[in-house]
Design a binder for this molecule. Structure first.
Ligand code: SF4
Length: 356
């Protein structure tokens, strides 16, 4: 079955009484809210829906996603206006469900009773970390316990759940990222999204960065931490719906995106790094005989190893700009690799055998 068409509708910072150190949404919201009334927002929503429905093609399911900001924390009148504006499409069968992102501390029984009858099916929580010390440093204004309670409450109400986490939070590190992923994976959300923290103009983190109080992760560190989180989530059966931020104009604007591990294909880098690890494991498992030991040394008579992957995973095996192939050649200088595409393999799999 084809994946659903997701219609994203962004509500920057609205509904959020906080100001996390890394957030510049208030600046964006101030610029948009000057001209925006509840009616014009509902009109904007209608325009967005109309535009996206043109691209529905043969997809059976359509989902409206309220992202950015703190949807369930919106003023009740505004929340209801947006949910009501979607109802005509739901009644006509053109939109089938609603998802939103929100802070863990806004998930109250009252708000769920209010929103669920309008077709709300999935709630993604802006968790960022499951370490209270890290949450306090970032001035998130909620605790890990809020996240735990919110996930339990959403599940008890029959809603699907998502968690959004960040690598590179102030005061966080490798172990912290692993701890966050393990703690969340044990709570069994349906999906996870992982983002690297970037330093944006207008956020307080920009001052911290300029004064040396905050040092962003390098791209390599961010990829490595994210890779560990992906492994933990997937190992626990949590689907990883997104890795890295979507490319926007802001990311290419050095005046607005000041620092941090930004890469337009961040997700690809992470998935390629995972594929490299799997390939090495497979290669090591077949290079077991005495003659194979030479494979880790430069040799004129190279061992030939076939690596098989699903056609869709070929670029991951090769890595960004073929870096994985270069690394494999460096790691196994006595091996020459032959790559084969095999439709029957899973897209996460890589299989190795020696060509005698
Ligand atoms: S909770 Fe979200 S919208 Fe609110 S300040 Fe933090 S990052 Fe910004």
């Amino acid at each position: 079955m084809s994946p659903p068409l997701v219609i994203p509708f962004f509500i920057p910072h609205q509904g959020c009484p906080h100001l996390c150190v890394f957030c510049n949404q208030r600046l964006i919201a101030r610029q948009t809210s000057k001209t925006q009334t509840i009616n014009s927002e509902a009109d904007r929503l209608s325009d967005v829906i109309h535009t996206y429905l043109k691209f529905k093609k043969n997809r059976n399911q359509v989902e409206l996603a309220f992202f950015g900001g703190n949807f369930l924390g919106l003023e009740t009148s505004r929340l209801l206006a947006l949910l009501k504006a979607v109802q005509p499409w739901i009644r006509q069968g053109q939109i089938h469900s609603i998802r939103c992102s929100t802070r863990p501390d806004t998930v109250t029984p009252r708000i769920l009773d209010l929103a669920r009858p309008f077709g709300l099916e999935t709630v993604e929580l802006g968790v960022q970390s499951m370490d209270d010390r890290v949450l306090t440093l970032a001035e998130r204004g909620h605790t890990r316990e809020d996240t735990r309670k919110a996930l339990a409450r959403l599940k008890n109400n029959g809603l699907k759940t998502g968690v959004q986490v960040m690598v590179g939070m102030p005061g966080d590190d490798d172990l912290g990222a692993v701890h966050t992923a393990e703690t969340l994976a044990a709570l069994k959300p349906d999906l996870a999204r992982i983002y690297p923290l970037l330093v944006l103009e207008g956020a307080r983190l920009a001052h911290w960065y300029r004064s040396g109080r905050y040092v962003p992760l390098s791209l390599e560190q961010a990829v490595d931490q994210t890779k560990k989180m992906v492994t933990i989530f997937k190992g626990a059966g949590v689907s990883v719906a997104r890795i890295g931020l979507q490319a926007t104009e802001m990311m290419d604007d050095a005046d607005r995106m000041i620092a941090g591990p930004w890469h337009p294909a961040f997700g690809h880098l992470v998935l390629s790094a995972l594929m490299f690890d799997r390939a090495c494991k497979q290669i090591d498992s077949v290079l077991t005989g005495p003659a194979d030991r030479k494979a880790i040394e430069p040799s004129d008579e190279k061992r030939r190893v076939v690596l098989q992957v699903h056609p869709r995973s070929l670029s991951r095996l090769q890595g960004n700009r073929k870096t994985n192939l270069d690394r494999l050649a460096q790691t196994y200088p006595g091996v020459s690799f032959i790559i084969e595409r095999v439709e029957t393999l899973d897209t996460d799999q890589v299989h190795a055998h020696i060509l005698e």
